[in-house]
Design a protein around this ligand. Structure first.
Ligand SMILES: N[C@@H](CCC(=O)N[C@@H](CS)C(=O)NCC(=O)O)C(=O)O
Ligand SMILES: [Fe+2]
Length: 287
């Protein structure tokens, strides 16, 4: 099993980790879960976070094969189109993105937005493999947090998206449209079948009480043993009860409405209206 080199970048505003996963033999690489900075008060986007990734890739002379999304993020805008313009690569996401597009085009009455996933360069199915240079990547469909969630096993490193978080924080919420706590439990059991030493790269870390530093990497063994939601042999029913009760206490992510409108379009901002300005819609009393 090959070990990729991994660069990680932390976006403090949204607690998101972006990764560059590198095949050390060929210096081909993939970017996982990028962030476009967005100020909700002004509606302004900027590329400070994405530019750090661009610089790192250029400094090392990497060739970007893929710009991967683990899911249609609900808490930050993707920088995938910006990174593609600067660095090349194909934007890819799980094929169930079509289900997510159907849910959100309806909510936002976005009739012009295709719901066949055609905004993405590749739609990935469960079990599908693809290459990053000489490194083999395998996609694992992990529905629960959203219907289209994917984990990517690249060499010995598993990019889990929003399924597992650090063992002392737990798991992803399941109360977004299309979310399903039972499905998330089953998805996590699937990940738990991987070898214990598999490296687990997290998409987010939120500091639980009593921890003062962020964690972006654990292992399958550590999660299986110690995860406060699914470790210690927690049953499906126990998990579903805990998850449902916790989700009822959480407020929506600050950027959910802009994020899903942009990310269902593969990170492209909505088309400009006839005055040349692009708009984000806010559905009132609907979410
Ligand atoms: N306060 C954060 C909330 C982010 C959030 O809800 N994160 C999701 C992943 S997109 C989650 O699963 N959180 C798990 C939890 O807090 O239990 C924000 O406003 O962005
Ligand atoms: Fe998420």
């Amino acid at each position: 099993m090959k070990t990729p080199d991994i660069l990680s970048f932390f976006h403090e505003d949204t607690n998101t980790f972006t990764y560059v996963v590198i095949d050390p033999t060929t210096q081909h690489a993939a970017i996982v879960d990028s962030v476009l900075d967005y100020c909700a008060a002004s509606g302004r986007t900027h590329t400070a976070a994405a530019d750090k990734v661009v610089s790192a890739v250029k400094d090392r002379g990497l060739t970007i094969d893929w710009i991967l999304e683990t899911h249609v993020h609900a808490d930050h805008l993707s920088a995938a189109p910006y990174l593609q313009e600067k660095l090349g690569g194909k934007i890819a996401i799980g094929s169930h993105v079509r289900d997510v597009q159907k849910i959100f085009t309806k909510l936002f009455n976005a009739n012009g937005v295709a719901t066949d996933g055609s905004q993405f360069g590749m739609l990935i199915d469960d079990g599908q493999t693809f290459k990053i240079g000489d490194l083999e990547a395998t996609a694992i469909h992990t529905p629960g947090h959203t219907p289209a969630c994917m984990a990517y096993l690249i060499g010995d490193a598993l990019f889990v998206g929003d399924t597992l978080f650090a063992a002392d924080y737990g798991t992803a919420r399941c109360d977004f449209p299309g979310g399903d706590a039972r499905a998330l439990y089953q998805s996590i059991q699937k990940l738990f079948e991987l070898p214990g030493e598999t490296r687990v790269l997290l998409c987010h870390d939120y500091l639980p009480d009593g921890r003062d530093h962020y964690i972006n990497e654990t292992t399958i063994a550590e999660e299986k043993t110690n995860n406060i939601h699914v470790g210690h042999g927690a049953t499906e029913d126990e998990f579903v009860k805990m998850r449902t009760e916790r989700d009822a206490t959480l407020s929506m992510p600050k950027l959910i409405l802009p994020s899903v409108q942009v990310n269902m379009r593969a990170g492209h901002l909505p088309d400009a209206e006839d005055n040349g300005i692009r708009y984000i819609k806010i559905p009132l009393d609907a979410v």
